[in-house]
Write a protein that binds this ligand. Structure first.
Ligand code: SF4
Length: 291
């Protein structure tokens, strides 16, 4: 490879790393994800996103004005062919404290779920339970998960289309057991950026199809829909994410979120100045009047 190409690649890499660091830093600040003295259990699956999360958190740890601990945790679920040596080698090399939890959830899932049915639901529940209780055992104050912006948006549409609910995946969450706080430091990061970062860094990715299960079909449909939208209307994904951060409960219809029943006119309210939008509407009123 010629020198200018190498230099260009280096520049691109630096830009990408800066962007990811900035986005992770903003998400951490916006949601107060990390506080002085936190012990953060970073969940590593061996996929590109969790490697990226750990890498960026380690780099922020070096320059952060507060002190916090990181401990990388992976769960070896005993899927056939799981390459046990990869994560310990990588984690020792980068010098982060780590622990591998060995639990054969693969056999449980195979016993319980009939052949041909998707196993991800039960598998993730078992994994979650084990990780949460390990976090309590080691006194972790936060659990960091590697979900990114696109995961959050996909979840929004999954819940809307298939669950009839307007909810996504929050950047920070108190778990149902009320004993764990989950954080998603990649909440502002694009999946594409994380994929490129993983390539630049040559993370030793562990394939996620060892269990033989397919990605949830409904999620695949949503992913395709979002990809098509983004192609036709560049920037749409970012706009959707902005919408998740700008919710107007009074403009929706959930009586638990807004007191519609209690709405009353305010006799003291002064007449409002006409907005440009209203002025535009006024032009049409004569045309709409029925004679
Ligand atoms: S893809 Fe396999 S390992 Fe991953 S959640 Fe689904 S069943 Fe579990």
């Amino acid at each position: 490879m010629s020198q200018p190409v190498v230099r260009k690649e280096r520049l691109e890499y630096n830009k990408l790393q800066k962007r990811l660091r900035r986005q992770v830093g903003s998400a951490i600040a916006d949601y107060n994800m990390i506080e002085e003295g936190d012990k953060i259990m970073v969940c590593l699956s061996g996929g590109k996103d969790s490697y990226g999360m750990l890498d960026i958190l380690m780099s922020l740890q070096k320059t952060a004005p507060i002190r916090f601990e990181l401990i990388a945790v992976n769960m070896d679920q005993k899927q056939p062919g799981f390459p046990e040596h990869i994560l310990p080698e990588y984690l020792s090399n980068v010098g982060v404290p780590y622990h591998i939890i060995e639990r054969d959830t693969y056999s449980i899932v195979k016993d319980v779920i009939p052949e041909g049915k998707t196993t991800c639901g039960l598998c993730s529940r078992l994994r979650r339970g084990t990780l949460y209780s390990y976090a309590n055992d080691i006194g972790a104050t936060k659990i960091a998960l590697g979900h990114h912006r696109d995961d959050i948006i996909e979840t929004l549409f999954l819940n809307m289309f298939y669950g009839g609910k307007l909810k996504a995946m929050p950047p920070k969450l108190l778990a149902d057991d009320k004993r764990n706080v989950l954080i998603r430091p990649l909440a502002y990061c694009k999946e594409q950026d994380l994929a490129e970062y993983a390539e630049y860094k040559a993370f030793p990715i562990i394939p996620c199809n060892l269990c033989g299960s397919q990605e949830n079909l409904q999620r695949q449909v949503i992913k395709q829909m979002l990809t098509d939208w983004e192609k036709q209307h560049p920037g749409r994904t970012e706009t959707i994410f902005s919408a998740i951060r700008n919710v107007a409960p009074s403009q929706l219809a959930d009586t638990n979120l807004f007191d519609f029943a209690g709405l009353r006119i305010d006799p003291e309210a002064a007449p409002q100045e006409e907005s440009e939008e209203d002025a535009g509407v006024q032009q049409f009123i004569p045309a709409l009047q029925v004679s």
